[in-house]
Ligand binder design. Sequence first.
Ligand SMILES: [Zn+2]
Length: 167
Amino acid sequence: MDTTIFSIVQPEMQQPCQPVTQFDEQLARDIAMLHEAMKTHQESALAAIQLGIPKQIVAIDITDEQTRRQQFVLINPVIVGYSEDTALFKEQCPSLPDETIETTRAVAVKVKYQDPQGRHQQLEAEGYLAVFLQHTLDHLHGRSPASYLSPLKKQRVLTRLKKQLKK
Ligand SMILES: [Zn+2]
């Protein structure tokens, strides 16, 4: 399995991902690949597009503030509610390596999604889980984590990543 993680400067990462309509073996393979990549790269959350799969699939496996393990595979996820409260967060992204991204995000979100069997589910998340969800769902909409950087920093980061891509 090729689990190379795409960089935000690759065009695939800038396009919206397609909804999943078939809950079949191909979807199971895509999910297996996501889990494999998370293990290989020791990542807590990945969107399928970060492996070049342009579908609305996200996998999360984190330990939250209460040291609970939170594992989710979300198909076609949509954030349907944001808390009014926001907070500053420092985020990292394997598609934007060696950079800390400071964001202001809602501290809690409500997400509707489908599970790998196609059943409709709803999740109310707060803290780390809410942040990971907001970050990863950005990828499904082609929104780059670099969009949270200052224009100057963004320019510097994009130049660096484009250079790295050519190697
Ligand atoms: Zn990311």
